[in-house]
Design a protein around this ligand. Structure first.
Ligand SMILES: [Zn+2]
Length: 133
């Protein structure tokens, strides 16, 4: 029988729920929420908790769309890091995963959206209130 233990933390069965939310590694990456100034939920993270958070955001349509893109990019980057561990055998440091999320999002949003004049330093502070209302 195949070993289904999480290869990243070794502390749980690797399911989508575990991989994307409740794994200690994913939990660390989800501090992305602090970067985008959304209070970090108390207790263990779950996919449902993250989904509920995303569905109940306050703010404009554009703001909600931006946060949804950030959530999707975070899921994707966690998945990529998992695959590097699974298929290449090494762990990407969690801080590096978070840096990749910020960098990729900056490139995607500044190249593919109406926010062409996005400033890198303001992006790092997520100080965008006057740009995205
Ligand atoms: Zn894990």
């Amino acid at each position: 029988m195949a070993d289904v233990t999480c290869g990243r933390c070794g502390m749980g069965e690797e399911s989508m729920e575990h991989l994307l939310a409740s794994c200690l590694m994913a939990h660390t990456v989800w501090y992305v929420l602090v970067w985008i100034k959304i209070p970090f939920p108390h207790g263990d993270l779950s996919f449902n908790m993250l989904w509920h958070l995303l569905q109940n955001l306050n703010g404009s349509k554009v703001w909600k769309k931006l946060v949804a893109v950030i959530f999707m990019a975070t899921f994707w980057q966690i998945w990529k890091a998992r695959n590097v561990k699974e298929f290449e055998g090494w762990n990407i440091p969690m801080l590096k995963v978070v840096e990749e999320i910020k960098l990729n999002l900056f490139l995607w949003i500044s190249c593919r959206s109406q926010f062409k004049a996005l400033d890198w330093n303001r992006w790092l502070d997520f100080n965008l209130q006057d740009v995205i209302s």
